[in-house]
Design a protein around this ligand. Structure first.
Ligand code: ATP
Ligand code: MG
Length: 330
């Protein structure tokens, strides 16, 4: 049963979509943690179908429309469609508890504010390719019912240097005006070590103003920066973030969880623990590709489950592909 407090909050927030969603999501989380997964999932479907997040509701006449607000920085961001939630990501236990803590903190930020406690707004995701940095930004967007905007770093920095600073300003103003997640992917491209560019005064000024914008960010949502080259980041930058989360390649435990998830709807005929050791060292994205390839092979053979042979063939295919891409230096 949901806690009485959560039900009271749900009823009290009637008419305010964002708060209603947050209260309902807490009941759903509670049901999930009590092992009532089917109930939690059906509740989630009902919620998503009937109570849309505020940012999705139609603009009211007389108010500035979403489109016109976005227009001011439309050339600098791409909206990323959001569909996957916490159940769709495999994380090591440290990162998972940080993420769950963040979600809890943001859902209950009014309580924290009443005690004059700050909420985390600036996060840095660090880790190699294909280990869940972008996926986790999507998961946070879904769990917090926020739209996800990815900054178009190429547009922001390919223009004349003088424009880069004003583009950054427009970008942060955009994220300060509305509840959203601003995702700064390939952050290293934007924030190269200042010593690297010591000779270039103008570039150094841009990096410095980026530091200031991150430090002063007071938006209602979150700024998430992601990098797979943490060593090339300026040390001063690390300090500007409230939390730094690392996304590492999966260990055996996480590989086993990922396989279970991948084959939840299309069963395997073999013991899923068997291939785990062969997959160590690969990223989540690599392993996901192997599973999808194996499922594809089975479907094309009109089978309803995957044999060990199909999995082994998909694994060989991936190993070959990896060999090719690393030889080409990709
Ligand atoms: N931790 C994970 N749990 C489950 N699936 C994952 C995980 N990490 C990656 N995947 C799968 O691999 C895909 C690609 O991962 P993602 O884009 O999040 O990697 P990334 O860390 O952002 O990589 P890059 O540095 O190249 O941007 C995801 O969309 C998802 O399907
Ligand atoms: Mg990414």
């Amino acid at each position: 049963m949901a806690k009485a407090d959560h039900i009271k909050k749900l009823v009290a927030s009637f008419g305010r979509n964002q708060e209603f969603r947050a209260a309902a999501l807490r009941i759903i989380d509670e049901a999930t943690s009590q092992g009532k997964k089917p109930f939690a999932e059906s509740l989630r479907k009902i919620l998503d179908a009937n109570v849309r997040a505020d940012y999705q509701t139609a603009p009211q006449p007389g108010l500035t429309t979403l489109a016109s607000q976005i227009d001011a920085a439309a050339d600098l961001v791409d909206e990323i469609p959001v569909s996957r939630g916490l159940n769709d990501i495999v994380l090591n236990s440290d990162t998972r508890s940080l993420i769950e803590g963040l979600i809890e903190e943001r859902r209950r930020r009014e309580e924290l504010r009443r005690h004059r406690l700050p909420v985390s707004t600036r996060l840095l995701f660090s880790g190699p390719a294909g280990c869940g940095k972008t996926l986790c930004a999507e998961v946070l967007a879904r769990e917090l019912s926020l739209p996800l905007y990815s900054a178009r770093i190429d547009v922001i920095i390919s223009s004349l240097l003088g424009e880069t600073a004003s583009n950054l300003r427009r970008l942060f103003e955009f994220a300060e005006r509305r509840p959203c997640i601003l995702f700064l992917d390939e952050f290293d491209a934007l924030a190269r070590t200042r010593t690297d560019i010591a000779e270039h005064n103008e570039l150094r000024r841009v990096v410095n103003s980026l530091l200031l914008m991150i430090e002063r960010f007071k938006g209602p949502g979150l700024v998430i920066a992601a990098t797979n080259l943490p060593q090339s980041l300026d040390e001063a930058l690390w300090r500007r973030f409230d939390d730094i989360l690392s996304f590492d390649p999966p260990t055996e435990r996480e590989i086993a969880l990922l396989l279970k998830r991948q084959f939840a709807n299309f069963p395997a005929q073999f013991d899923l623990d068997m291939p785990v050791s062969k997959l160590v060292g690969m990223s989540y994205a690599d392993i996901e590709r192997i599973c999808i390839d194996a499922i594809k092979k089975a479907v094309l053979k009109k089978r309803k489950s995957i044999s060990e042979t199909e999995f082994a063939a998909a694994l060989r295919q991936e190993t070959r592909r990896k060999g090719l891409t690393s030889r080409r230096g990709l």
